[in-house]
Ligand binder design. Structure first.
Ligand code: AMP
Ligand code: MG
Length: 379
């Protein structure tokens, strides 16, 4: 069960043919289809095959055997007549209709043939794969390691969970939303705490994060203010920064770098910006590091159920709910799109991607990145 949700690191090759022999998909009578011709025919019942037992002999012409669902077909038989459509009378059974060859028979190997690759590496193991692995006799499989991701929040104003916020303090949100996103992405979070807006303090925790994890994710302090020290701190911790600022809303101030091949992400501080930039930049990287074939969230085309406006020169990722109706999915804004309004993420099914300076009119199509399983909602 430990493999559930993990990414497979080896191909799963079937060691067996499944089913190993042709078997019945119904309770009824195993027959030779050529014995039936559309006229009522009477066949002798010469045996009884229950699931878990092999037939005692070959089926001859003019003969039938009572058979149960899942029981192996006797040699000679090529079809099953369901018991609902025959008249049985002790030693004999009357079949009225012509039976086609293969009727109600599960062919040997119709599910899997020995040597078939049944799951490719890079695939995610779900409940069906677990069942298939059990069928094939695998009690263990190789999966990719979960990347370890250090989460560092920065800011003088942050009061961490369990401490009483001072007069000008706010609760630390990002450490916890980001750790949860790391887990949802299949990786393992390491909380390296909160650093105040002091260079040495940030460097110390960034080094700790880089020493204990495969990836470092920081939040806040990455904008243009005097106390935005994260970029300098990351460089002083040995990271080479490759970019700063992306033309998007929310989430413009973001930096990305590497230290000895390990990715380092400096995300913005506003809770929505941190979550959205995690979605767009960090999650795909974590999926790739786990060997997943598919690293992006699914997208769908929805109809705007109200005007969706993205004024300004940056690409917009607006939080929307998705509602299904007879025409497909409709998208509606979650309300205020301020990047500090975490409720917009709580309500969101997805992110509507809107070009700069664009308003999608009601009824027009819009691209939506789907963030969660679209379960029916009671609202
Ligand atoms: P900054 O980029 O440091 O200017 O932060 C932008 C905004 O995000 C400020 O209003 C911060 O108070 C807020 N913020 C920063 N870090 C966190 C955090 N860990 N939890 C909640 N809000 C935060
Ligand atoms: Mg700050």
């Amino acid at each position: 069960m430990g493999a559930l949700g993990r990414v497979l690191a080896e191909p799963i090759v079937s060691r067996a043919t499944i089913p190993p022999w042709p078997n019945s998909s119904m309770d009824g009578y195993a027959v030779r289809s050529t014995d039936t011709n559309g006229q009522p025919v009477e066949l002798a019942v010469v045996g009884r095959i229950i699931a878990g037992a092999m037939p005692s002999r070959v089926l001859g012409a003019g003969e039938s055997m009572q058979i149960f669902t899942g029981a192996p077909l006797p040699e000679g038989a090529d079809a099953v007549v369901p018991q609902e459509v025959v008249t049985a009378d002790g030693g004999r059974v009357t079949v009225r209709d012509k039976i086609t060859s293969g009727a109600y028979v599960r062919r040997a190997g119709e599910d899997v043939r020995a040597g078939d690759v049944v799951v490719e590496p890079g695939g995610v193991i779900g409940a069906a794969e677990v069942g298939l692995l059990a069928t094939l006799g695998y009690s263990q499989v190789r999966v990719y390691r979960r990347p370890r991701v250090a989460i560092l929040s920065t800011g003088n104003e942050l009061a961490d969970l369990g401490t009483q916020p001072g007069p000008a303090q706010i609760p630390n949100t990002n450490t916890y939303s980001l750790m949860a996103q790391v887990i949802e992405a299949g990786a393992e979070p390491i909380n390296v705490g909160v650093a105040p807006d002091q260079l040495e303090a940030i460097i110390e925790r960034a080094r700790w994060g880089l020493a204990s994890a495969d990836v470092l994710v920081t939040s806040a302090g990455v904008s243009v203010g005097e106390l935005d020290l994260v970029r300098e701190a990351l460089e002083r911790s040995g990271a080479e920064l490759h970019l700063w600022q992306v033309s998007m809303r929310p989430g413009k101030p973001i930096t990305f770098g590497t230290r000895g091949g390990r990715p380092v992400f400096g995300l913005p501080g506003n809770p929505v910006s941190a979550m959205v930039t995690f979605e767009l930049f960090v999650r795909p990287a974590l999926r790739r590091m786990q060997g997943a074939q598919v690293i992006d969230r699914p997208r769908l085309r929805a109809r705007a159920l109200e005007p969706i406006a993205n004024p300004g020169s940056r690409r917009g990722y607006l939080r929307v709910t998705l509602e299904e109706d007879a025409h497909g999915y409709g998208a509606r804004l979650t309300g205020d799109q301020g990047s500090a309004i975490l409720r917009s993420m709580v309500l969101a099914d997805g992110l509507a991607v809107i070009a700069p300076d664009t308003t999608i009119a009601a009824g027009e199509a819009v691209d939506v990145i789907v963030l969660r399983a679209l379960e029916p909602r009671t609202r």
